[in-house]
Design a protein around this ligand. Sequence first.
Ligand code: DC
Length: 224
Amino acid sequence: MVIAIDGPAGSGKSSTARLVASRLGIVHLDTGAMYRAVTLKCLREGIAHTDDGALGVLMSRTSIVFEGSGSVMRTIMNGEDVTDAIRSDEVTRHVSEYCVPAVVRNALVEQQRLLGSRNSVVCEGRDIGTVVFPNAELKIYMIASVEERARRRQKDFAAMGIHKSLIELRAEIELRDRKDSTRSNSPLRKAEDALELDTTGLSLEEQAGIIVERARALSGTNDN
Ligand code: DC
């Protein structure tokens, strides 16, 4: 089974997908982490997001895999654990540039489809229900108010020792939303057959519970 979860930055996709995957005992595929890993590598190597030639070479020598499961899932790029490095402020500010080039998207979408063809997955991102897995059995489009999303980001950053104001975070989120939803290649949008889930005011448990219930109803299992 493929469960596709899409939505804007801070809508709660990652934490929800992680919990859903652990409840259902299936793989969690965080596609944003893959775009972040590529961004980190490009920033380190000084490769511009407009340099298709260099990006193509970089993609051909970059492997991104996930190790572990549940809350201890690590992102490994060419053998290096980049789980924390890909959440840096710098990577976050630049990722919406590096996720645009077709040479980057095509390579990552291919890897995502391969993983989805081998395992039952909860796959989260921006184009999962529309492009990566248009035939996913269950599609969820998560949204939340900008204020709530800024508050969540502030908490995430605080846990990393980074302190940012809500006004600054709100502006960053709005900019990223605009870039993600107006790009011509695989923009963020709700698939027609996706269930919209507004997570403003919902707890993580509640969000995950709604998705787990739907998934179980679809697969005909009601245990637990
Ligand atoms: O979910 P996230 O914030 O970690 O994603 C980081 C960026 O990657 C986000 O700005 C948009 C991009 N992205 C994408 O273009 N397509 C995806 N399937 C997942 C993420």
